[in-house]
Ligand binder design. Structure first.
Ligand SMILES: *[C@@H]1O[C@H](CO)[C@@H](O)[C@H](O)[C@H]1NC(C)=O
Ligand SMILES: *[C@@H]1O[C@H](CO)[C@@H](O)[C@H](O)[C@H]1NC(C)=O
Length: 400
């Protein structure tokens, strides 16, 4: 009995790393996404507040969204759809914007995110949190900024390392700096030495079941959202990204074969003013890029190396005026006879101002893909589906 108790305690205290296992048929997940978009659109007449965005239509019509916050965990689509966050956990209220990287006070954000148990983390008031060091979030946490204006900025930002089931929703994340050469608390009982970090907005390392929704991200030292080292089961949706060079890196390096398991859905985001490249830059895995609005890039929008599969559907691409940067796509580290084999497909995308997507591979001729293209939501609806990308202004007792 005693032994069993200790054993359970040990298991429960280390739910951290479960090896990344991709879904065996990514096309099926792609179809489910299309099905969800389809369903919400055919439902538009039913409720006047519905927007045609299946994630938003799952909760934003609810006047009592504030009382039913955990309903959000049922609303993801795509590869990160199983991200539970802190569902079924307690509500934890952040009422203190201060930070201490090693001995966080109760009431601070860091105190909440390092706990063992599932927690649904909300904020008592608007606040600006300048972190001393990277925020090491543990498994089964939701950070839910709805109803408040919360900024994480001017310091190191968010790290998800060897964790699973994290939802980050409705937070402004900007001006993130490098951290490191310092001790940082990772759990109630442990802290560790962190080397110098890149200065990402959200850094996803060896983690899975992650969903980042309705955040506004800009001006970080390295990437806005980077996912590396065998991370998978990720959905990045409804975000508004601006004023940044290297927007999203998905895949560690060309030799890191573990990233073949990486599967990421990028849906309903607005890639806005002042962006340069990497929306995203992919390696090895499977990337479904669907119904995003690209209103600015200076170099390219979607790129990659090491043979990633890129499935682009129903996006709106507005090219820059400069004649040399009209191409949406960019291949790196491969000669044409090699990248010609990579499956980069574009279906139902809308190309403006001379934008062009250079396709490759044979993937577009699979029967699945053909069937899907018939049901892909047209890019003409992207403007309305992404109109409220980024942090929402929700009020209690009103649909959001
Ligand atoms: C989407 O809707 C169309 C028309 O209503 C239907 O024919 C198609 O099968 C649907 N696609 C999916 C993936 O549900
Ligand atoms: C591209 O897709 C085809 C058809 O689905 C598949 O047989 C092939 O292995 C894929 N190629 C790569 C490099 O992933």
């Amino acid at each position: 009995m005693h032994f069993l108790f200790l054993f359970l305690l040990a298991v429960l205290s280390f739910p951290l790393f479960i090896h990344s296992s991709p879904v065996s048929d990514p096309e099926l997940t792609v179809q489910q996404v299309q099905g969800a978009i389809n369903a919400t659109n055919s439902n538009l007449a039913a409720a006047s507040c519905q927007s045609g965005n299946p994630i938003d239509d799952c909760w934003r019509c609810d006047e009592n969204w504030d009382k039913n916050r955990q309903q959000l965990a049922n609303c993801a689509i795509g590869f990160g759809k199983n991200a539970m966050g802190g569902k079924k956990g307690k509500i934890y209220v952040v009422d203190d914007p201060s930070d201490d990287a090693v001995n966080p006070k109760r009431g601070t954000l860091r105190y909440g995110v390092i706990q063992d148990e599932p927690l649904w983390i909300v904020f008592a008031t608007d606040m600006v949190i300048k972190l001393q060091q990277e925020l090491m979030i543990r498994s089964f946490k939701t950070i839910d900024g709805r109803g408040t204006d919360v900024h994480i900025s001017e310091g190191p930002c968010i790290v998800l390392q060897k964790v699973n089931n994290v939802i980050i929703h409705g937070i402004h994340i900007h001006d993130c700096k490098r951290g490191g050469n310092a001790y940082v608390r990772k759990s109630p009982t442990g802290f560790g030495w962190r080397s110098i970090s890149d200065g990402d907005g959200i850094s996803i390392i060896s983690s899975r079941n992650i969903w980042v929704d309705h955040c506004s991200l800009s001006r970080c030292t390295d990437g806005l959202i980077d996912a590396i080292r065998g991370s998978t089961a990720i959905t990045i949706s409804n975000n508004y990204m601006t004023d940044h060079n290297k927007v999203m890196l998905l895949g560690h390096n060309d030799n890191h074969k573990q990233d073949k398991n990486m599967q990421v859905t990028i849906a309903f985001n607005h890639f806005g003013e002042g962006l340069v490249q990497r929306m995203p830059r992919c390696r090895h895995g499977y990337f479904h890029v669907v119904n995003n609005d690209y209103t600015q890039w200076r170099m390219y929008a979607i790129g990659g190396s090491a043979g990633p599969t890129i499935n682009s559907q129903g996006n709106r691409f507005l090219a820059p005026d400069s004649r040399s940067n009209k191409e949406v796509t960019k291949r790196e580290n491969a000669a044409e006879n090699e990248w010609k084999k990579w499956n980069w497909t574009s279906e139902g995308d809308l190309f403006l101002n001379g934008a062009r997507f250079v396709k490759s591979g044979s993937g577009s001729s699979t029967p699945n893909a053909k069937a899907m293209s018939l049901s892909a939501q047209p890019a003409s609806l992207v403007a309305s589906m992404t109109k409220t990308a980024g942090v929402l202004k929700c009020q209690k007792s009103r649909s959001c």
